[in-house]
Design a protein. Sequence first.
Lengths: 113, 112
Amino acid sequence: ETGVTQTPRHLVMGMTNKKSLKCEQHLGHNAMYWYKQSAKKPLELMFVYNFKEQTENNSVPSRFSPECPNSSHLFLHLHTLQPEDSALYLCASSGGLVGRQQYFGPGTRLTVT
Amino acid sequence: GENVEQHPSTLSVQEGDSAVIKCTYSDSASNYFPWYKQELGKGPQLIIDIRSNVGEKKDQRIAVTLNKTAKHFSLHITETQPEDSAVYFCAASITGANNLFFGTGTRLTVIP
């Protein structure tokens, strides 16, 4: 499945670092999502963009900052993270809002040291 | 908000046997119920979904049933194969809403 790509696939960063996660979808979709996947917990929706406009921010700490320059690209900027932020970060896209199939990328495995 | 519970958390079956995973939801307004399969190192992939206007949907060896009254839905996999081994997630949402509410996942192992 190459419709949604994410880079990097693995990232190790210190708590004082600044890094960015990138997501790109090649499906012509207009909605994009960031999820956090932690062990033994449900996928947590973080942000939703529809036609480049943020439509959802699920009480995510400000150390996570999303950016959606166009309908094909989505970034998650990270700064001063905490060890509990270590998780798999998944990007998804869909042809409309929820109720249509979401296509997920492979995720970025983030480790905060 | 919506709360989705999923059981069991782990499931082991012999190859060829059937596997059933069950989910319950709390919001009676939810009307879209997808199931995702996540293999190691990959993101979740949609395998089947059902909307609230139908009670059952089948796709080859996979079927999903929905009981709106009881607010539960189930995934049935028949004639399981080793390649069915993965983590399966159920989810619920309202069409047009932003949120997909996921269950905690079921790790299915098919023993050859």
